[in-house]
Ligand binder design. Sequence first.
Ligand SMILES: [Zn+2]
Ligand SMILES: [Zn+2]
Length: 541
Amino acid sequence: MSRLRVPVGKNTYDAYAGVDADAAMVAAESAGVCIRPRVRTVTDRETGESMSVPIPCGSTRETVCTPCAVKARRLRIHQCREGWHRTDADLLPTEALVDDDDDQDHEDDRADDVLDEQPEDQDLTDAVACAAGLGRRVRSTRRLSGFPDLPTLPMQNRTVGREFVDERTGKAYRPSLFLTLTLPSYGKVIEGVGVPVRPDRYDYRRAALDALLWPRLLDRFWQNLRRCAGYKVQYFSAIEAQRRLAPHLHAAVRGAIPRQTIKAVVAATYHAAWWPALDEPTYVDRWPVYDRDTGRYVDPVTGVALPTWQEATSDLEEPAHVVSFGKQVDVKGLLGGTPDSDRTVRYLCKYLTKNVADTYTEQHPTTHAAAAYQRHADRLHAEVLILPCSSSCANWLRYGVQPNGARPGLVPGRCSSPAHDRENLGLGGRRVLVSRQWSGKTLTEHRADRREVVAEVLAAAGITAPEADRLGADRTLPDGSPRFVWADTNPDETTYVAVIAASLRQAQTWRTQYEHAKVLAAQRSSPPVDTNSATYAAPAA
Ligand SMILES: [Zn+2]
Ligand SMILES: [Zn+2]
Protein backbone atom coordinates (compact mmCIF):
# COMPACT_ATOMS: atom_id res chain seq x y z
CA MET A 1 0.00 0.00 0.00
CA SER A 2 1.16 3.48 -0.71
CA ARG A 3 1.20 5.67 2.36
CA LEU A 4 0.21 8.73 0.51
CA ARG A 5 -3.05 10.49 1.22
CA VAL A 6 -5.01 13.31 -0.22
CA PRO A 7 -7.93 14.76 1.75
CA VAL A 8 -11.11 14.02 -0.14
CA GLY A 9 -12.67 17.00 -1.85
CA LYS A 10 -9.67 19.27 -1.38
CA ASN A 11 -7.09 20.01 -3.99
CA THR A 12 -4.20 21.01 -1.81
CA TYR A 13 -1.71 21.12 -4.65
CA ASP A 14 -2.25 24.49 -6.20
CA ALA A 15 0.62 24.00 -8.56
CA TYR A 16 -1.56 21.47 -10.29
CA ALA A 17 -4.71 23.58 -10.41
CA GLY A 18 -6.05 23.50 -13.94
CA VAL A 19 -3.83 20.57 -14.92
CA ASP A 20 -5.81 17.82 -16.61
CA ALA A 21 -5.40 14.08 -16.06
CA ASP A 22 -3.37 13.62 -19.26
CA ALA A 23 -0.79 16.17 -18.23
CA ALA A 24 -0.60 14.69 -14.74
CA MET A 25 0.02 11.26 -16.25
CA VAL A 26 2.87 12.60 -18.39
CA ALA A 27 4.46 14.16 -15.32
CA ALA A 28 4.01 10.97 -13.29
CA GLU A 29 5.49 8.83 -16.04
CA SER A 30 8.64 10.92 -16.29
CA ALA A 31 9.03 10.79 -12.51
CA GLY A 32 8.60 7.01 -12.37
CA VAL A 33 5.31 7.16 -10.50
CA CYS A 34 2.31 4.96 -11.40
CA ILE A 35 0.22 6.76 -13.98
CA ARG A 36 -2.95 4.73 -13.48
CA PRO A 37 -3.32 4.26 -9.75
CA ARG A 38 -6.54 2.84 -8.47
CA VAL A 39 -7.85 5.45 -6.08
CA ARG A 40 -9.41 4.16 -2.88
CA THR A 41 -10.91 6.11 -0.02
CA VAL A 42 -9.94 5.36 3.52
CA THR A 43 -11.98 6.76 6.38
CA ASP A 44 -10.47 7.16 9.82
CA ARG A 45 -13.35 6.35 12.16
CA GLU A 46 -11.55 8.02 15.06
CA THR A 47 -11.31 11.44 13.44
CA GLY A 48 -14.02 11.09 10.82
CA GLU A 49 -11.53 12.19 8.18
CA SER A 50 -11.48 10.64 4.69
CA MET A 51 -8.47 10.37 2.42
CA SER A 52 -7.91 9.31 -1.17
CA VAL A 53 -5.13 6.76 -1.38
CA PRO A 54 -3.56 5.76 -4.68
CA ILE A 55 -2.79 2.07 -5.14
CA PRO A 56 -0.23 1.53 -7.93
CA CYS A 57 -1.70 -0.41 -10.83
CA GLY A 58 1.19 -2.89 -10.77
CA SER A 59 1.04 -3.59 -14.50
CA THR A 60 3.91 -5.48 -16.11
CA ARG A 61 3.30 -3.88 -19.53
CA GLU A 62 4.74 -0.60 -20.75
CA THR A 63 1.65 0.00 -22.85
CA VAL A 64 -0.39 0.15 -19.65
CA CYS A 65 1.95 1.88 -17.19
CA THR A 66 5.67 2.30 -17.84
CA PRO A 67 6.68 3.16 -14.25
CA CYS A 68 4.98 0.04 -12.83
CA ALA A 69 6.28 -2.16 -15.67
CA VAL A 70 9.84 -0.94 -15.15
CA LYS A 71 9.55 -1.59 -11.45
CA ALA A 72 8.19 -5.09 -12.07
CA ARG A 73 11.04 -5.82 -14.46
CA ARG A 74 13.60 -4.65 -11.94
CA LEU A 75 12.14 -7.02 -9.39
CA ARG A 76 12.39 -9.92 -11.84
CA ILE A 77 16.04 -9.08 -12.54
CA HIS A 78 16.64 -9.20 -8.82
CA GLN A 79 14.82 -12.52 -8.50
CA CYS A 80 16.74 -14.01 -11.42
CA ARG A 81 20.09 -12.91 -10.03
CA GLU A 82 19.37 -14.23 -6.54
CA GLY A 83 18.55 -17.76 -7.56
CA TRP A 84 20.83 -18.54 -10.44
CA HIS A 85 24.13 -19.57 -8.95
CA ARG A 86 23.05 -20.69 -5.53
CA THR A 87 25.05 -23.46 -3.95
CA ASP A 88 23.10 -24.11 -0.75
CA ALA A 89 21.69 -27.56 -1.27
CA ASP A 90 18.93 -27.26 1.28
CA LEU A 91 16.94 -24.48 -0.29
CA LEU A 92 13.60 -25.84 0.78
CA PRO A 93 12.32 -28.63 3.00
CA THR A 94 12.38 -32.09 1.48
CA GLU A 95 8.60 -32.33 1.05
CA ALA A 96 8.78 -29.56 -1.50
CA LEU A 97 11.36 -31.51 -3.46
CA VAL A 98 8.96 -34.40 -3.86
CA ASP A 99 6.49 -32.20 -5.66
CA ASP A 100 8.20 -32.40 -8.97
CA ASP A 101 6.35 -30.54 -11.62
CA ASP A 102 4.20 -27.89 -10.08
CA ASP A 103 6.53 -25.04 -10.62
CA GLN A 104 5.25 -21.56 -10.89
CA ASP A 105 5.32 -18.94 -8.24
CA HIS A 106 1.60 -18.74 -7.61
CA GLU A 107 1.28 -15.04 -7.28
CA ASP A 108 1.74 -13.59 -10.69
CA ASP A 109 -0.86 -11.06 -11.65
CA ARG A 110 -2.45 -13.34 -14.19
CA ALA A 111 -4.47 -16.39 -13.39
CA ASP A 112 -5.33 -17.09 -16.98
CA ASP A 113 -2.53 -19.46 -17.81
CA VAL A 114 -3.66 -22.45 -15.85
CA LEU A 115 -2.74 -25.56 -17.75
CA ASP A 116 -6.23 -26.87 -17.54
CA GLU A 117 -5.72 -29.93 -19.62
CA GLN A 118 -3.01 -32.01 -18.09
CA PRO A 119 -4.77 -35.24 -19.04
CA GLU A 120 -4.25 -34.37 -22.69
CA ASP A 121 -0.53 -34.63 -22.22
CA GLN A 122 0.77 -37.84 -23.64
CA ASP A 123 3.63 -39.03 -21.58
CA LEU A 124 5.98 -41.88 -20.88
CA THR A 125 4.59 -42.62 -17.49
CA ASP A 126 1.14 -41.13 -17.20
CA ALA A 127 -1.65 -43.40 -18.22
CA VAL A 128 -4.15 -41.01 -19.66
CA ALA A 129 -7.69 -41.77 -18.78
CA CYS A 130 -10.66 -40.19 -20.44
CA ALA A 131 -14.00 -40.29 -18.77
CA ALA A 132 -16.16 -41.19 -21.72
CA GLY A 133 -19.86 -41.81 -21.62
CA LEU A 134 -19.26 -45.55 -21.91
CA GLY A 135 -16.84 -45.74 -19.04
CA ARG A 136 -13.20 -44.92 -18.63
CA ARG A 137 -10.98 -45.53 -21.55
CA VAL A 138 -7.23 -45.53 -21.15
CA ARG A 139 -5.23 -44.15 -24.02
CA SER A 140 -2.06 -45.70 -25.25
CA THR A 141 0.95 -44.33 -23.41
CA ARG A 142 3.26 -45.07 -26.30
CA ARG A 143 5.35 -42.15 -27.40
CA LEU A 144 4.47 -40.74 -30.77
CA SER A 145 6.58 -42.12 -33.59
CA GLY A 146 9.18 -39.77 -34.99
CA PHE A 147 10.46 -38.75 -31.57
CA PRO A 148 13.55 -40.41 -30.07
CA ASP A 149 13.37 -42.04 -26.65
CA LEU A 150 14.63 -40.24 -23.61
CA PRO A 151 17.58 -41.54 -21.68
CA THR A 152 16.85 -41.13 -17.99
CA LEU A 153 19.08 -41.00 -14.96
CA PRO A 154 18.24 -41.88 -11.36
CA MET A 155 16.90 -38.73 -9.71
CA GLN A 156 19.07 -37.22 -7.02
CA ASN A 157 17.45 -35.08 -4.38
CA ARG A 158 19.34 -31.87 -5.11
CA THR A 159 18.61 -28.58 -6.83
CA VAL A 160 22.16 -27.29 -7.24
CA GLY A 161 24.58 -28.19 -9.99
CA ARG A 162 27.69 -30.33 -9.80
CA GLU A 163 30.89 -28.94 -8.44
CA PHE A 164 34.01 -28.99 -10.59
CA VAL A 165 37.57 -28.49 -9.44
CA ASP A 166 40.15 -26.69 -11.52
CA GLU A 167 43.13 -29.05 -11.51
CA ARG A 168 45.68 -26.27 -11.92
CA THR A 169 44.47 -24.00 -9.18
CA GLY A 170 42.55 -26.47 -7.04
CA LYS A 171 39.67 -23.99 -6.99
CA ALA A 172 36.13 -25.37 -6.91
CA TYR A 173 33.38 -23.90 -9.04
CA ARG A 174 29.80 -24.65 -10.03
CA PRO A 175 28.97 -23.50 -13.53
CA SER A 176 25.42 -22.70 -14.64
CA LEU A 177 23.69 -22.45 -17.99
CA PHE A 178 21.91 -19.98 -20.19
CA LEU A 179 19.53 -21.68 -22.57
CA THR A 180 17.52 -20.53 -25.58
CA LEU A 181 14.74 -22.66 -27.09
CA THR A 182 12.81 -21.89 -30.25
CA LEU A 183 9.94 -23.20 -32.36
CA PRO A 184 10.36 -24.66 -35.86
CA SER A 185 10.26 -22.73 -39.12
CA TYR A 186 6.88 -21.86 -40.62
CA GLY A 187 8.40 -20.50 -43.81
CA LYS A 188 11.40 -18.41 -44.80
CA VAL A 189 11.52 -14.92 -43.33
CA ILE A 190 13.56 -11.89 -44.37
CA GLU A 191 16.55 -11.87 -42.09
CA GLY A 192 16.61 -9.03 -39.59
CA VAL A 193 13.07 -8.02 -40.57
CA GLY A 194 11.00 -11.03 -39.56
CA VAL A 195 8.45 -10.72 -42.37
CA PRO A 196 7.91 -13.87 -44.48
CA VAL A 197 9.53 -13.88 -47.92
CA ARG A 198 6.30 -15.44 -49.23
CA PRO A 199 3.45 -14.68 -46.85
CA ASP A 200 1.15 -16.94 -48.87
CA ARG A 201 3.44 -19.88 -48.10
CA TYR A 202 4.03 -19.09 -44.44
CA ASP A 203 2.21 -21.59 -42.21
CA TYR A 204 0.34 -19.11 -40.02
CA ARG A 205 -2.04 -21.73 -38.75
CA ARG A 206 0.74 -23.93 -37.43
CA ALA A 207 2.53 -20.90 -36.02
CA ALA A 208 -0.64 -19.91 -34.16
CA LEU A 209 -1.34 -23.38 -32.75
CA ASP A 210 2.28 -23.79 -31.66
CA ALA A 211 2.17 -20.43 -29.89
CA LEU A 212 -1.06 -21.36 -28.11
CA LEU A 213 0.44 -24.66 -26.95
CA TRP A 214 3.94 -23.31 -26.21
CA PRO A 215 3.54 -23.22 -22.39
CA ARG A 216 2.58 -26.90 -22.38
CA LEU A 217 5.59 -27.80 -24.48
CA LEU A 218 7.84 -25.94 -22.05
CA ASP A 219 6.24 -27.71 -19.12
CA ARG A 220 7.02 -31.03 -20.69
CA PHE A 221 10.56 -29.91 -21.49
CA TRP A 222 11.40 -29.17 -17.86
CA GLN A 223 9.93 -32.48 -16.73
CA ASN A 224 11.99 -34.35 -19.29
CA LEU A 225 15.13 -32.37 -18.56
CA ARG A 226 14.91 -33.24 -14.88
CA ARG A 227 14.58 -36.92 -15.67
CA CYS A 228 17.55 -36.82 -18.00
CA ALA A 229 19.81 -34.58 -15.92
CA GLY A 230 19.13 -36.62 -12.80
CA TYR A 231 18.49 -33.71 -10.44
CA LYS A 232 15.75 -31.18 -9.71
CA VAL A 233 16.87 -28.68 -12.31
CA GLN A 234 15.85 -25.12 -11.35
CA TYR A 235 15.22 -22.35 -13.83
CA PHE A 236 14.20 -18.74 -14.28
CA SER A 237 12.80 -18.27 -17.75
CA ALA A 238 11.29 -15.56 -19.88
CA ILE A 239 9.01 -16.05 -22.86
CA GLU A 240 9.58 -13.49 -25.57
CA ALA A 241 8.80 -13.07 -29.22
CA GLN A 242 11.38 -13.66 -31.89
CA ARG A 243 11.42 -11.13 -34.68
CA ARG A 244 9.15 -13.38 -36.76
CA LEU A 245 6.73 -13.16 -33.79
CA ALA A 246 7.04 -16.81 -32.79
CA PRO A 247 7.64 -17.29 -29.07
CA HIS A 248 11.01 -18.37 -27.82
CA LEU A 249 12.41 -19.05 -24.37
CA HIS A 250 15.44 -17.71 -22.59
CA ALA A 251 16.26 -19.54 -19.40
CA ALA A 252 18.81 -19.24 -16.66
CA VAL A 253 19.38 -22.80 -15.46
CA ARG A 254 21.14 -23.67 -12.23
CA GLY A 255 23.88 -26.24 -12.69
CA ALA A 256 25.77 -27.49 -15.72
CA ILE A 257 24.10 -30.14 -17.86
CA PRO A 258 26.00 -31.69 -20.79
CA ARG A 259 25.14 -30.06 -24.10
CA GLN A 260 24.33 -33.46 -25.66
CA THR A 261 21.81 -34.15 -22.89
CA ILE A 262 20.02 -30.87 -23.52
CA LYS A 263 19.99 -31.45 -27.28
CA ALA A 264 18.63 -34.97 -26.77
CA VAL A 265 15.85 -33.68 -24.51
CA VAL A 266 14.94 -30.92 -26.95
CA ALA A 267 14.74 -33.42 -29.81
CA ALA A 268 12.64 -35.89 -27.81
CA THR A 269 10.18 -33.42 -26.27
CA TYR A 270 6.75 -32.74 -27.72
CA HIS A 271 3.27 -31.91 -26.63
CA ALA A 272 0.40 -33.75 -28.29
CA ALA A 273 -2.97 -32.03 -28.14
CA TRP A 274 -5.55 -34.82 -27.93
CA TRP A 275 -8.25 -32.57 -29.26
CA PRO A 276 -11.01 -33.24 -31.79
CA ALA A 277 -9.96 -32.58 -35.38
CA LEU A 278 -9.87 -28.90 -36.28
CA ASP A 279 -8.78 -28.94 -39.91
CA GLU A 280 -12.06 -27.64 -41.25
CA PRO A 281 -14.58 -25.44 -39.45
CA THR A 282 -18.11 -26.83 -39.28
CA TYR A 283 -19.67 -23.40 -38.79
CA VAL A 284 -18.41 -20.19 -40.33
CA ASP A 285 -21.12 -17.57 -39.98
CA ARG A 286 -24.02 -18.98 -37.96
CA TRP A 287 -22.96 -20.33 -34.62
CA PRO A 288 -24.49 -23.17 -32.62
CA VAL A 289 -27.01 -21.96 -30.08
CA TYR A 290 -27.49 -22.87 -26.45
CA ASP A 291 -30.58 -24.92 -25.69
CA ARG A 292 -31.73 -24.19 -22.15
CA ASP A 293 -33.93 -27.28 -21.94
CA THR A 294 -31.15 -29.75 -22.54
CA GLY A 295 -28.29 -27.54 -21.38
CA ARG A 296 -26.41 -28.21 -24.60
CA TYR A 297 -25.31 -26.35 -27.71
CA VAL A 298 -27.25 -27.34 -30.79
CA ASP A 299 -27.06 -26.79 -34.53
CA PRO A 300 -28.72 -23.44 -35.34
CA VAL A 301 -30.74 -24.96 -38.20
CA THR A 302 -31.48 -28.59 -37.35
CA GLY A 303 -31.48 -28.27 -33.56
CA VAL A 304 -29.33 -31.41 -33.31
CA ALA A 305 -27.08 -31.39 -30.24
CA LEU A 306 -23.34 -30.97 -30.75
CA PRO A 307 -21.16 -33.72 -29.30
CA THR A 308 -19.92 -32.91 -25.82
CA TRP A 309 -16.18 -32.57 -25.23
CA GLN A 310 -16.07 -36.04 -23.67
CA GLU A 311 -17.93 -37.58 -26.60
CA ALA A 312 -15.74 -35.83 -29.14
CA THR A 313 -12.50 -36.95 -27.51
CA SER A 314 -13.38 -40.48 -26.39
CA ASP A 315 -12.25 -42.24 -29.53
CA LEU A 316 -9.37 -40.26 -30.94
CA GLU A 317 -6.93 -42.13 -33.13
CA GLU A 318 -4.39 -39.35 -33.32
CA PRO A 319 -3.72 -35.97 -31.74
CA ALA A 320 -5.14 -32.92 -33.48
CA HIS A 321 -1.81 -31.16 -33.21
CA VAL A 322 1.71 -31.95 -32.09
CA VAL A 323 4.11 -29.18 -31.15
CA SER A 324 7.85 -29.67 -30.80
CA PHE A 325 10.93 -27.46 -30.70
CA GLY A 326 12.88 -25.99 -33.59
CA LYS A 327 16.43 -27.01 -34.40
CA GLN A 328 17.97 -23.83 -33.04
CA VAL A 329 19.09 -24.51 -29.47
CA ASP A 330 21.60 -22.31 -27.68
CA VAL A 331 23.45 -23.48 -24.60
CA LYS A 332 25.99 -21.30 -22.91
CA GLY A 333 27.97 -22.04 -19.75
CA LEU A 334 28.39 -19.27 -17.18
CA LEU A 335 29.92 -18.68 -13.79
CA GLY A 336 28.18 -16.77 -11.04
CA GLY A 337 29.40 -13.34 -10.05
CA THR A 338 30.94 -12.60 -13.45
CA PRO A 339 30.07 -9.59 -15.65
CA ASP A 340 28.92 -12.11 -18.23
CA SER A 341 26.38 -13.53 -15.83
CA ASP A 342 25.08 -10.10 -14.91
CA ARG A 343 24.77 -9.06 -18.55
CA THR A 344 22.84 -12.23 -19.30
CA VAL A 345 20.33 -11.55 -16.53
CA ARG A 346 19.58 -8.16 -18.08
CA TYR A 347 19.33 -9.68 -21.54
CA LEU A 348 16.96 -12.33 -20.20
CA CYS A 349 14.59 -9.70 -18.82
CA LYS A 350 15.03 -7.24 -21.68
CA TYR A 351 11.62 -7.45 -23.32
CA LEU A 352 9.51 -8.36 -20.31
CA THR A 353 7.67 -5.05 -20.33
CA LYS A 354 6.70 -5.32 -24.02
CA ASN A 355 3.60 -6.86 -25.52
CA VAL A 356 4.47 -9.78 -27.77
CA ALA A 357 3.25 -7.96 -30.87
CA ASP A 358 5.13 -4.75 -30.02
CA THR A 359 8.50 -6.30 -29.19
CA TYR A 360 10.19 -5.10 -32.36
CA THR A 361 7.84 -2.53 -33.81
CA GLU A 362 10.04 0.42 -32.87
CA GLN A 363 12.87 -1.14 -34.83
CA HIS A 364 11.19 -0.79 -38.19
CA PRO A 365 12.17 2.67 -39.31
CA THR A 366 10.48 3.03 -42.69
CA THR A 367 6.76 3.16 -43.08
CA HIS A 368 6.83 0.45 -45.71
CA ALA A 369 8.62 -2.06 -43.48
CA ALA A 370 6.41 -1.13 -40.55
CA ALA A 371 3.27 -1.73 -42.60
CA ALA A 372 4.54 -5.10 -43.84
CA TYR A 373 5.33 -6.08 -40.28
CA GLN A 374 1.87 -5.08 -39.08
CA ARG A 375 0.32 -7.17 -41.85
CA HIS A 376 2.43 -10.13 -40.72
CA ALA A 377 1.10 -9.67 -37.19
CA ASP A 378 -2.45 -9.31 -38.55
CA ARG A 379 -2.25 -12.59 -40.45
CA LEU A 380 -0.96 -14.42 -37.40
CA HIS A 381 -3.64 -12.81 -35.27
CA ALA A 382 -6.36 -13.90 -37.71
CA GLU A 383 -5.42 -17.54 -36.94
CA VAL A 384 -4.92 -17.03 -33.22
CA LEU A 385 -8.39 -15.53 -33.06
CA ILE A 386 -10.24 -18.52 -34.52
CA LEU A 387 -8.23 -21.45 -33.12
CA PRO A 388 -9.01 -22.92 -29.69
CA CYS A 389 -6.71 -21.96 -26.81
CA SER A 390 -7.84 -24.81 -24.54
CA SER A 391 -10.52 -27.49 -24.24
CA SER A 392 -12.93 -24.97 -22.75
CA CYS A 393 -12.44 -22.34 -25.48
CA ALA A 394 -15.58 -20.96 -27.12
CA ASN A 395 -13.88 -21.43 -30.50
CA TRP A 396 -14.70 -25.16 -30.34
CA LEU A 397 -18.24 -24.26 -31.39
CA ARG A 398 -16.76 -23.29 -34.75
CA TYR A 399 -15.56 -26.89 -35.13
CA GLY A 400 -18.92 -28.38 -34.14
CA VAL A 401 -17.85 -29.47 -30.67
CA GLN A 402 -19.28 -28.32 -27.37
CA PRO A 403 -16.40 -26.91 -25.31
CA ASN A 404 -15.38 -28.64 -22.12
CA GLY A 405 -17.55 -27.37 -19.24
CA ALA A 406 -19.68 -25.34 -21.65
CA ARG A 407 -21.92 -22.64 -20.22
CA PRO A 408 -24.53 -20.47 -21.94
CA GLY A 409 -23.30 -17.39 -23.80
CA LEU A 410 -20.27 -18.81 -25.60
CA VAL A 411 -19.51 -17.20 -28.96
CA PRO A 412 -16.60 -18.21 -31.23
CA GLY A 413 -14.07 -15.39 -31.43
CA ARG A 414 -15.07 -14.09 -28.02
CA CYS A 415 -13.17 -16.41 -25.71
CA SER A 416 -12.07 -14.52 -22.63
CA SER A 417 -8.47 -15.79 -22.73
CA PRO A 418 -5.99 -13.01 -23.56
CA ALA A 419 -4.12 -15.55 -25.71
CA HIS A 420 -6.42 -14.55 -28.60
CA ASP A 421 -5.61 -10.84 -28.35
CA ARG A 422 -3.57 -9.21 -31.06
CA GLU A 423 -1.05 -7.83 -28.59
CA ASN A 424 -0.33 -11.34 -27.26
CA LEU A 425 -0.48 -13.43 -30.46
CA GLY A 426 -1.19 -16.71 -28.69
CA LEU A 427 0.75 -16.05 -25.48
CA GLY A 428 -1.94 -15.06 -23.01
CA GLY A 429 -0.31 -16.42 -19.88
CA ARG A 430 2.75 -15.76 -17.82
CA ARG A 431 5.81 -14.36 -19.51
CA VAL A 432 8.11 -15.26 -16.64
CA LEU A 433 8.19 -18.87 -15.53
CA VAL A 434 10.21 -19.63 -12.44
CA SER A 435 10.74 -23.01 -10.86
CA ARG A 436 9.74 -23.35 -7.28
CA GLN A 437 13.11 -23.74 -5.67
CA TRP A 438 14.81 -21.00 -7.63
CA SER A 439 15.45 -18.52 -4.86
CA GLY A 440 13.42 -20.10 -2.09
CA LYS A 441 11.39 -16.90 -1.94
CA THR A 442 8.15 -15.64 -3.37
CA LEU A 443 7.99 -12.49 -5.44
CA THR A 444 6.35 -10.72 -2.50
CA GLU A 445 9.29 -11.66 -0.31
CA HIS A 446 11.73 -10.35 -2.92
CA ARG A 447 9.76 -7.10 -3.02
CA ALA A 448 9.90 -6.82 0.77
CA ASP A 449 13.66 -7.46 0.64
CA ARG A 450 14.16 -4.54 -1.65
CA ARG A 451 12.06 -2.25 0.49
CA GLU A 452 14.05 -3.36 3.49
CA VAL A 453 17.31 -2.32 1.79
CA VAL A 454 15.92 1.17 1.29
CA ALA A 455 14.59 1.38 4.84
CA GLU A 456 17.99 0.39 6.24
CA VAL A 457 19.84 3.03 4.28
CA LEU A 458 17.38 5.68 5.43
CA ALA A 459 17.54 4.51 9.03
CA ALA A 460 21.33 4.62 9.03
CA ALA A 461 21.09 8.27 8.02
CA GLY A 462 18.62 8.97 10.79
CA ILE A 463 15.61 9.18 8.50
CA THR A 464 12.58 7.16 9.45
CA ALA A 465 11.29 5.17 6.53
CA PRO A 466 7.65 5.71 5.64
CA GLU A 467 5.67 3.81 8.19
CA ALA A 468 4.31 0.63 6.73
CA ASP A 469 0.63 -0.17 6.79
CA ARG A 470 -0.31 2.79 8.92
CA LEU A 471 -3.82 2.62 7.60
CA GLY A 472 -3.98 -1.14 7.87
CA ALA A 473 -7.17 -3.04 8.50
CA ASP A 474 -5.63 -4.49 11.66
CA ARG A 475 -5.58 -1.11 13.44
CA THR A 476 -8.55 -1.04 15.78
CA LEU A 477 -10.50 1.37 17.94
CA PRO A 478 -10.73 0.72 21.71
CA ASP A 479 -13.93 -1.28 21.13
CA GLY A 480 -12.05 -3.64 18.82
CA SER A 481 -13.73 -2.49 15.60
CA PRO A 482 -11.47 -1.51 12.67
CA ARG A 483 -10.27 2.08 12.80
CA PHE A 484 -9.79 2.50 9.05
CA VAL A 485 -12.47 1.64 6.54
CA TRP A 486 -11.50 1.27 2.89
CA ALA A 487 -13.77 1.78 -0.08
CA ASP A 488 -13.35 1.86 -3.83
CA THR A 489 -13.97 5.19 -5.47
CA ASN A 490 -14.41 6.55 -8.89
CA PRO A 491 -12.60 9.86 -8.46
CA ASP A 492 -13.39 12.94 -10.50
CA GLU A 493 -10.61 14.43 -12.55
CA THR A 494 -9.64 17.04 -9.93
CA THR A 495 -9.19 14.40 -7.25
CA TYR A 496 -7.31 12.19 -9.67
CA VAL A 497 -4.89 14.95 -10.60
CA ALA A 498 -4.44 15.83 -6.92
CA VAL A 499 -3.67 12.21 -6.07
CA ILE A 500 -1.09 11.91 -8.83
CA ALA A 501 0.43 15.25 -7.90
CA ALA A 502 0.76 14.11 -4.31
CA SER A 503 2.35 10.85 -5.47
CA LEU A 504 4.90 12.87 -7.40
CA ARG A 505 5.81 15.06 -4.47
CA GLN A 506 6.14 12.10 -2.15
CA ALA A 507 8.27 10.18 -4.65
CA GLN A 508 10.55 13.18 -5.04
CA THR A 509 10.89 13.59 -1.29
CA TRP A 510 11.74 9.95 -0.75
CA ARG A 511 14.17 9.91 -3.61
CA THR A 512 15.97 12.99 -2.29
CA GLN A 513 16.13 11.50 1.17
CA TYR A 514 17.35 8.22 -0.15
CA GLU A 515 20.08 9.75 -2.30
CA HIS A 516 21.14 11.88 0.66
CA ALA A 517 21.24 8.83 2.93
CA LYS A 518 23.34 6.95 0.42
CA VAL A 519 25.87 9.75 0.27
CA LEU A 520 26.09 9.68 4.05
CA ALA A 521 26.48 5.92 4.00
CA ALA A 522 29.25 6.18 1.43
CA GLN A 523 31.04 8.77 3.54
CA ARG A 524 31.01 6.36 6.43
CA SER A 525 32.34 3.82 3.93
CA SER A 526 29.66 1.33 4.74
CA PRO A 527 29.37 -1.76 2.57
CA PRO A 528 27.75 -1.10 -0.82
CA VAL A 529 23.98 -0.96 -0.88
CA ASP A 530 21.18 -1.36 -3.37
CA THR A 531 22.49 -0.64 -6.83
CA ASN A 532 19.17 0.30 -8.37
CA SER A 533 18.51 3.11 -5.99
CA ALA A 534 18.56 5.95 -8.48
CA THR A 535 15.25 4.84 -9.83
CA TYR A 536 13.66 4.16 -6.49
CA ALA A 537 10.20 5.65 -6.27
CA ALA A 538 7.28 5.39 -3.91
CA PRO A 539 7.08 1.87 -2.51
CA ALA A 540 4.37 -0.09 -4.24
CA ALA A 541 1.55 -2.04 -2.71
ZN1 LIG B 1 1.03 1.74 -12.63
ZN1 LIG C 1 -9.89 -19.43 -26.14
